[in-house]
Structure formats: structure tokens, C-alpha cells
Ligand binder design. Structure first.
Ligand SMILES: [Zn+2]
Length: 100
């Protein structure tokens, strides 16, 4: 979706909807992977429109955006809980973490 200048609020919401769908498709049903992917896509989007504050506002309001610090804390909790790097019990990870 080509946008000239900074996207307006409606365009930001549409862009965030698109990246949320992409993040779901690539999450492997792991909530952690979804939040990780979604947050990375949001950061990419912000870097494409550095003057636009609406993207971050909308992403934070949406509730699925995590900062690098949030992600690090989530990962530390998962390590404590014995989860694999995809946020799943290793024996249930579709990427075979339990087989390694
Ligand atoms: Zn895994």
C-alpha cells in the first residue's frame, strides 16, 4: 500500500491489520512468536515512517506490541518455565525443539 508522507490514523490501522495477519500466519500458533513478529513488523513500519507517531500509538493501543525490553522479559520468564525459544513446551514445538 503506497502512502505519500506519513500515514493518517485510518491508514495506520490498515497497515497494522495487515502486519497482524502476517504475524499470525508466521506464529506457528505460539503467542510469543506472534507478539515477537508483530512487534518487529511494527518497528519496521515505524522505521519507514519515522515522522509518524500514530503507528506506535495505535500498535500500543491494540495491545499486542511489545518493546525490546518487554520481549526480553517475556523470554526470561519462558526460560524459567522451561519453554523453547518459540515460547512453547519443547515437546509440543512444531519446529522440533524437543528433538534436539
Ligand atoms: Zn521451539
Amino acid at each position: 500500500m503506497p502512502i505519500k508522507g506519513s500515514p493518517n490514523r485510518q491508514e495506520c490501522r490498515e497497515l497494522l491489520d495487515l502486519i497482524a495477519k502476517k504475524a499470525v500466519d508466521r506464529s506457528g500458533c505460539s503467542e510469543y512468536m506472534y507478539v515477537l513478529n508483530y512487534s518487529r513488523y511494527v518497528d519496521d513500519l515505524i522505521s519507514r515512517y519515522p515522522d509518524c507517531r500514530t503507528i506506535l500509538e495505535e500498535a500500543v493501543e491494540n495491545g499486542d506490541y511489545a518493546t525490546a525490553e518487554d520481549l526480553e522479559r517475556m523470554r526470561e520468564e519462558q526460560i524459567e518455565d522451561g519453554l523453547c525459544c518459540h515460547g512453547l513446551p519443547p515437546e509440543c514445538c512444531p519446529l522440533g525443539c524437543g528433538d534436539l
